[in-house]
Design a protein around this ligand. Structure first.
Ligand SMILES: CC[C@H](C(=O)O)C(=O)SCCNC(=O)CCNC(=O)[C@H](O)C(C)(C)COP(=O)(O)OP(=O)(O)OC[C@H]1O[C@@H](n2cnc3c(N)ncnc32)[C@H](O)[C@@H]1OP(=O)(O)O
Ligand SMILES: [Co+2]
Length: 134
């Protein structure tokens, strides 16, 4: 794991949360992006080497919709930047961690991503992110 790539925060309304975090961080979000496959609209704030990813559900079956329904808004996941997502998946599987998607999927911000089930990571939803290589 090279660094914390982003903290994912589940929000009910991206527009109002963008305003709140702009006031909090004294900086604008640098991008907004929908990820159809996850049923989410995201916006990203850069803080030093790490980002905040705000996530609003765009479909009722989105994991974010279910999370907010069950728990309300808040920190949803932590994402780590990895050099080689396939090698990390193999390593983590051999260490007994539970990989949720066997094939890395399209993430926001030009990434390939994989998630680990929180029951194998002390109750924390973990995401692995690898920069997509052209
Ligand atoms: C990829 C685009 C973007 C990016 O960075 O590029 C994103 O980050 S998209 C983020 C949204 N997508 C995901 O979260 C995909 C991975 N998540 C899942 O597959 C599910 O949310 C899963 C499997 C973690 C939970 O789904 P399930 O349908 O099983 O929901 P339950 O409410 O029944 O939860 C089961 C169990 O897990 C606990 N849980 C659920 N969500 C979280 C969470 N975010 N953090 C910690 N724990 C979580 C939940 O409390 C249940 O535990 P229990 O002890 O049984 O109550
Ligand atoms: Co994320």
């Amino acid at each position: 794991m090279r660094k914390i790539e982003h903290l994912g925060i589940a929000v009910k309304n991206l527009k109002s949360s963008n305003e709140l975090f702009k006031k909090l961080l004294c900086t604008e979000h640098y991008k907004e992006e929908n990820v159809e496959g996850e049923g989410v609209a995201t916006s990203f704030f850069m803080i030093g080497e790490t980002k905040l990813e705000l996530l609003e559900a765009t479909r009722p079956d989105s994991p974010i919709a279910k999370y907010i329904e069950k728990k309300s808004e808040g920190i949803h996941h932590i994402a780590f930047e990895v050099e080689d997502i396939h090698a990390e998946m193999e390593r983590l599987k051999s260490e007994g961690f539970e990989i949720l998607n066997e094939i890395p999927k399209e993430g926001a911000d030009n990434k390939l991503v994989v998630f680990l089930h929180p029951r194998s990571t002390n109750g924390v939803l973990v995401e692995l992110c690898q920069e997509k290589r052209s």
